[in-house]
Design a protein around this ligand. Structure first.
Ligand code: 13P
Ligand code: ZN
Length: 282
């Protein structure tokens, strides 16, 4: 596939000279092309260092302030690039300034200071409570954590209609679908009950799971994946979705052979990862 860097037409687009804007434009475009982000579906937030923002954005000029759903003292002073609410991933690449925003959480945690983007009064994603609460929990267990991605991964959603939503059973099935799964997510996949999106309640429930998982499935809606980079968070979701796709392909077929629990345990040992306890029967 032609990369955006090769498409000269995009290099003149305002914002595309900023590395972290370009990375967001690329990943949102990939997810849209995968069919995981129909219409305005999905949202991304990424923690940025002041040193990477300052060369491109005037950090002393606050365009406007936005009130978060709850005070975020834990993230005070942190910089984020986020997708806008109601914005189509399809369109980020042609107008990053309208579809993305660079924000700083104020020193007292009470305000979001808009420094770049979110043109024409746009606001951050409606899932910001879930993103912020997830960032807070992941940072407690992983100082390298930076990224939260939510999307509507097709086969993950499909699987939540026909598979038991017990998260250990869900994890085990996914591990069994592709050899590399247990290596990519030995910590397993969490599943929360169906809840109204965009609320602080779903944010709290998701963040609770983020204490010891990097991915959380929202039944009949989509998935939240986290990581130390966009590649890591995206790669995690991509791997879960691939396993869910295999499941959907084989679920109605007679199974002739599969990866045994002992083989999964051997695999984990060979790759130096510890599978979440209580899932494999070995
Ligand atoms: P936003 O457009 O507000 O980001 O919402 C999209 C979505 O996927 C809600 O769950
Ligand atoms: Zn969604």
């Amino acid at each position: 596939m032609t990369t955006f860097k090769q498409q000269n037409v995009l290099s003149d687009t305002p914002g595309m000279n900023i590395p972290f804007v370009q990375e967001m434009a690329e990943i949102t475009q990939h997810m849209w092309r995968f069919g995981w982000d129909e219409r305005n579906g999905g949202n991304v937030s990424c923690i940025l260092e002041e040193a990477e923002v300052a060369p491109y954005v005037n950090i002393n000029k606050v365009i406007r302030t936005i009130k978060p759903a709850f005070p975020v003292h834990e993230l005070a002073g942190k910089y984020f690039i986020v997708t806008g609410s109601g914005k189509y991933f399809k369109n980020v690449v042609s107008d990053p300034e309208a579809n993305l925003g660079v924000l700083r959480v104020s020193k007292d945690g009470q305000q979001l200071e808009l420094l770049w983007g979110l043109k024409n009064g746009a606001v951050p994603t409606s899932e910001l409570p879930s993103h912020f609460m997830s960032h807070i929990e992941r940072l407690k267990v992983d100082p390298d954590h930076r990224v939260v991605i939510h999307n509507h991964a097709t086969n993950v959603i499909a699987m939540t209609f026909i598979h038991d939503l017990n998260e250990d059973k869900f994890t085990k099935t996914l591990w069994e679908m592709c050899t590399e799964c247990i290596v990519v997510f030995p910590d397993g996949i969490a599943v929360i009950p169906w809840m109204v999106p965009g609320s602080s309640e779903i944010g709290r429930e998701t963040a609770q799971k983020m204490k010891d998982h990097r991915a959380v499935v929202w039944p009949h809606h989509g998935i939240f994946g986290t990581g130390s980079s966009i590649d890591e968070a995206f790669g995690l979701i991509e791997t879960v979705e691939k396993a869910a796709q295999i499941y959907m392909l084989i679920v109605n077929q007679p199974i002739k052979q599969c990866i045994t629990d002992q083989e999964l345990a051997d695999l984990a040992k060979a790759f130096g990862v510890t599978p979440r306890p209580g899932i494999l029967n070995v």
